[in-house]
Design a protein around this ligand. Structure first.
Ligand SMILES: *[C@@H]1O[C@H](CO)[C@@H](O)[C@H](O)[C@H]1NC(C)=O
Ligand SMILES: *[C@@H]1O[C@H](CO)[C@@H](O)[C@H](O)[C@H]1NC(C)=O
Ligand SMILES: *[C@@H]1O[C@H](CO)[C@@H](O)[C@H](O)[C@H]1NC(C)=O
Ligand SMILES: *[C@@H]1O[C@H](CO)[C@@H](O)[C@H](O)[C@H]1NC(C)=O
Ligand SMILES: *[C@@H]1O[C@H](CO)[C@@H](O)[C@H](O)[C@H]1NC(C)=O
Ligand SMILES: *[C@@H]1O[C@H](CO)[C@@H](O)[C@H](O)[C@H]1NC(C)=O
Ligand SMILES: *[C@@H]1O[C@H](CO)[C@@H](O)[C@H](O)[C@H]1NC(C)=O
Ligand SMILES: *[C@@H]1O[C@H](CO)[C@@H](O)[C@H](O)[C@H]1NC(C)=O
Length: 495
């Protein structure tokens, strides 16, 4: 009996990678795509520690260097045929797009293609070769222990997914699935799965209740029960993940963990998508995050954590398709949240509430003389502490007027409790919700950073103040000492 029990437990054993985390996908089909530095500032302000990129954009990978953020990079589908047919092409790709960036950028995973079986079936025959060639290049570079290789699947490769215990992979793909699972098992990687209860709910003739898709509590008599296992399912997400476990065990693979590479809910849709609403998107993503970080696992694999990447960081206005395609994001391109997640009790996943977090920055086309004047004014009469801008201090780089002016005028704006008229500086400044912090230069007002109030001057440089500009002699190309001293003197005088 004890022996049988042991065998049973072994059969069910799926390794778990510690606590589950929530990451975010970063799609870039955005008209005014923020610069990599701005993207990283938003990630930092939101405490986002895990991202997936759909490519290996050099500037983005550089901006992510030395941030502690872990990164999934992707082989785009259009490179797959080449990489799957030539180990030299694969090795070359790894050298230029991965080895060139580690360890400064914490690349932890390579996603080879995206939903290849369902969107690019003609590349399916070389998919496993592509993974193996990339793995071989990692082994040669001694990076295979820290970087995993896998490929994200649409959950539509799983058939008969309810009850989960009867699920199996579409048999058309067994000639790819079986060697793929062998590869994932032998390299200690995970099955990557995109899980979209929204689409399950939206299917024609779907019997999925909205509450069940949104992780809302169901009356016990409405819970879905798998009649074979007697497991109770309270949400679609768990049922899909368990269907994937069962589909793997149908092919005799019982120890491959699952990573959910995409999940989310659109906040807006056209008339045929009435449930793509802000409320539903907020409910889904908030409940999803709470569910994932709770580490409760699924009914089949309790306690086996399912880390999940939310689709997606920004609304992608350039994607074609129904209106919902443009509205999966948590944020608009300017960094403003589309909605405020309800995350009470879920720890430090996202900074709870950024609705009131605003910054004052130099406009991108602003005249540099005007910016110089604004900088001088803020660090002088404005009584801002500009010492972080001194050479060797955290906000000295980049050493140009626009960057320094942005720091100073934002500090002034925060010091003035963001009151109306304190972010104008003769029209060269404007309010943004996107955190301009970068590297170790954390701007006042960012992520709860304390704003020291000096009970600033009454002469706010609002629109047509005549004060700005009169102190430009205090800024002479990088030497800020004089106006910092002036600011100190003024502070002493005030006190
Ligand atoms: C890289 O990311 C992994 C996974 O999140 C983490 O365990 C590791 O500590 C990170 N490494 C660095 C150098 O930040
Ligand atoms: C590609 O495969 C061939 C034959 O197995 C091997 O000799 C060669 O070293 C490989 N090249 C690379 C770049 O891995
Ligand atoms: C299985 O996959 C094949 C190839 O993509 C597809 O033609 C077929 O419709 C799928 N079967 C089901 C039941 O979806
Ligand atoms: C968190 O986990 C506990 C115990 O595993 C479970 O009772 C509870 O329902 C879970 N909460 C969520 C939001 O999943
Ligand atoms: C989110 O809010 C909850 C409750 O108000 C709080 O306990 C938690 O620390 C907050 N998290 C962050 C990252 O601010
Ligand atoms: C945001 O600011 C408005 C106006 O100052 C205030 O009424 C509201 O309570 C604030 N919201 C939060 C969550 O602090
Ligand atoms: C700032 O002003 C408030 C009231 O306007 C006062 O109570 C406070 O002491 C002042 N702080 C300083 C540092 O002067
Ligand atoms: C500031 O001056 C400009 C023209 O120089 C004018 O259009 C604007 O209305 C003025 N703003 C205020 C707040 O007086």
């Amino acid at each position: 009996m004890a022996l049988l029990l042991t065998i049973f437990l072994l059969a069910m054993y799926v390794p778990s990678y510690g606590d589950a985390f929530v990451g975010v996908n970063i799609g870039t089909d955005v008209t005014n795509m923020p610069s990599p530095t701005e993207v990283v500032a938003l990630l930092k302000a939101q405490g986002i520690q895990h991202v997936r990129l759909y490519d290996t954009d050099r500037a983005m990978l550089r901006a992510l260097a030395n941030t502690g953020i872990s990164v999934i990079v992707s082989v785009p589908n259009d490179l797959l045929l080449g990489i799957g047919q030539s180990n030299a092409t694969a090795a070359n790709w790894v050298a230029h797009n991965v080895i060139a960036h580690v360890p400064a950028t914490n690349i932890t995973t390579i996603a080879v293609g995206s939903e290849v079986l369902t969107t690019l079936p003609n590349a399916a025959p070389v998919l496993v070769s592509a993974l193996k060639f990339i793995q071989a290049a990692l082994v040669a570079a001694n990076l295979d222990q820290q970087i995993k290789v896998s490929t994200p699947h649409s959950s539509s490769v799983i058939l008969d997914s309810f009850p989960p215990s009867q699920a199996f992979f579409n048999k058309t793909w067994d000639p790819v699935m079986v060697p793929l699972l062998k590869f994932l098992q032998s390299t200690g990687s995970y099955l990557m799965l995109n899980v979209y209860p929204y689409y399950d709910y939206m299917k024609p003739n779907s019997v999925v209740p909205l509450d069940y898709a949104l992780f809302r509590p169901l009356p016990t008599n409405k819970e879905a029960i798998d009649s074979n296992t007697l497991l109770h399912y309270t949400n679609v997400f768990d049922a899909v993940v368990d269907a994937a476990y069962f589909a793997m065990s149908y092919l005799k693979f019982t120890n491959i963990p699952i990573l959910v590479t995409e999940s989310g809910w659109p906040s807006k849709g056209d008339s045929s998508e009435p449930d793509a609403t802000i409320d539903n998107a907020n409910t889904y993503n908030s409940n999803l995050i709470r569910h994932v970080v709770n580490n409760s696992g699924t009914p089949k694999q309790p306690g086996v954590t399912i880390s999940t990447y939310i689709y997606e960081l920004y609304n992608e206005d350039l994607r074609s398709g129904p209106v919902s395609e443009n509205n999966w994001g948590l944020f608009y391109a300017n960094g403003a949240p589309v909605y405020t997640l309800h995350l009470t009790g879920s720890g430090n996943v996202f900074t709870n509430d950024t609705t009131n977090q605003t910054f004052c920055v130099a406009k991108s086309n602003a005249d540099s003389k005007m910016l110089q004047a604004a900088l001088d004014w803020a660090c002088g009469p404005g009584k801002v502490d500009c010492s972080p801008l001194l050479q060797g201090q955290e906000c000295y780089e980049p050493n140009n007027v626009a960057a320094h002016a942005t720091y100073a005028i934002n500090a002034y704006y925060q010091q003035m409790a963001k009151s109306a008229g304190t972010c104008d500086f003769k029209g060269v400044a404007s309010v943004t919700t996107s955190d301009p912090s970068h590297g170790s230069c954390i701007f006042p007002g960012s992520g709860g950073k304390k704003v020291s109030s000096t009970n600033g001057t009454a002469l706010a440089p609002s629109s047509n103040s005549t004060n700005s500009g009169c102190l430009s002699q205090y800024y002479n190309d990088g030497s800020l000492t004089s106006y910092v001293i002036l600011a100190l003197i003024l502070t002493v005088v005030v006190m």
